[in-house]
Design a protein around this ligand. Structure first.
Ligand SMILES: [Zn+2]
Length: 141
C-alpha cells in the first residue's frame, strides 16, 4: 500500500490510525476481524472519503481513507479521520445483508451508518470533555 504524506496533520493521521482502528474494533465488537486501514492516494478513492472491502467468510477487511490533503475543502463536514474509519467499520456489521449502492435500501443503509458513526464519535468526545464528565465518571484517587 502506498502512503502519501504532505503535511504534519497527515503524519499525525497516519500515526493515530492503527491506534483508533484497534480502539474502535474493540468498541464495535469487531476484534474477530482482521482489518487493515490505510490512508490512500486520491486516485485509489473513487471520489469517496472512505472505502471498505471485505471477505465475510474469512472476516478480513481493508479500509481506505482519503488523506486530509485530498479531502474536499468545500465539503459540508470538516475532515474527521475517526468518523470516516467508524463509518467504514460499521459497514462490516451490515455486510451479511449489504444493500446495493444507488438503491433505496442502499441509501437508507448509508444514512443509518452515517448517523451512527457521527453519534458514536460525538459521544466519545463529549465523554472526554469536562462538560461531558459526570460525578460518576470523575476519577478517584
Ligand atoms: Zn458507507
Amino acid at each position: 500500500m502506498i502512503y502519501r504524506l504532505v503535511s504534519p496533520e497527515g503524519q499525525m493521521d497516519l500515526e493515530v490510525l492503527p491506534q483508533i482502528l484497534l480502539e474502535w474494533q474493540r468498541t464495535l465488537k469487531l476484534l474477530d476481524w482482521d482489518i487493515s486501514a490505510f490512508i490512500a492516494p486520491s486516485e485509489e478513492m473513487d471520489s469517496s472519503e472512505g472505502l471498505v472491502y471485505w471477505d465475510l467468510n474469512k472476516k478480513i477487511a481493508e479500509i481506505k481513507i482519503v488523506s486530509r490533503e485530498d479531502y474536499p475543502s468545500d465539503a459540508m463536514c470538516p475532515y474527521c479521520i475517526e468518523k470516516i474509519l467508524v463509518h467504514e467499520l460499521l459497514h462490516l456489521h451490515f455486510a451479511p445483508f449489504d444493500a446495493k449502492t444507488g438503491t433505496l435500501r442502499g441509501t437508507a443503509q448509508e444514512q443509518a451508518i452515517n448517523a451512527i458513526a457521527h453519534a458514536l464519535v460525538k459521544l466519545k468526545y463529549a465523554n472526554l470533555s469536562p462538560q461531558g464528565a459526570t460525578a460518576n465518571s470523575s476519577p478517584t484517587a
